[in-house]
Design a protein around this ligand. Sequence first.
Ligand code: 9D3
Length: 253
Amino acid sequence: MRIDVISLFPDFVDAASGFGVVGRARQRGLLQVACWNPRDFTGDPHRTVDDRPYGGGPGMVMLIDPLRAALAAVRSADPAPAHVVHLSPQGERLTQATVRRLASLPRLVLLCGRYEAIDERLLAAEVDDELSVGDYVLSGGELPACIVIDAVGRLLDGALGDPDSARQDSFGDGLLDSGHWTRPERHALGEVPAVLLGGDHAAIARWRRREALGRTWLRRPDLLARARLDRADRALLADYIAAWRAAGGPGSG
Ligand code: 9D3
């Protein structure tokens, strides 16, 4: 897959996607990331990319023409059709379902805004999707673009050493993960749950499912409301809730 990023801070995005799983996917050629600076597509000596907003108000607005020229260069760098995503506080919230959809495309273009906004006409003419990464205010679209590259890049075939990791992801089935423990078995901070030491794989799977359901019930009731639970799941959750209440409810972990 190829991802092009249009940003006033191309080095930031390029560097941030050079580490770990995604950095390795790039090294192996599973993922190409190319960053473009709209300032390189200006014609004036000051390399101007923004101007004051019509109607007044705070902040500056990114000009149409440098972004349009950058997008034209990006599109002509590769014949595959480019799906253009604008990272924007006005966008739909990014979810794992959207990440999976984006990961299935041959080409993605991420358009990062700085200043107050991008001229609406450029957005109307060139953008296919607007995506936000959450309900808080950032100073630009670069970190959100890095988030998209990371979430999409790790899903590409061969990016994760163990393909099970992608399937077992939290949110893969709409539930949070159970806890994890490693050596030592006994530590001043506590012991490893006995079931994990026993080697009964069916019991371990059941225990982990119960933990995942219970933690989702406690921490993310919004996720649980949308998860599809079968009878066995409902029984495990009822069991978790009964144990949690017996242990004293809130404050008992
Ligand atoms: C405080 C400025 N806001 C005035 C109502 C508008 C605003 C403009 C530009 C707020 C943030 C930004 C820069 N943010 C992004 O480009 C951005 C973003 C975000 O801030 N939060 C969550 N997801 C995203 S995706 C892009």
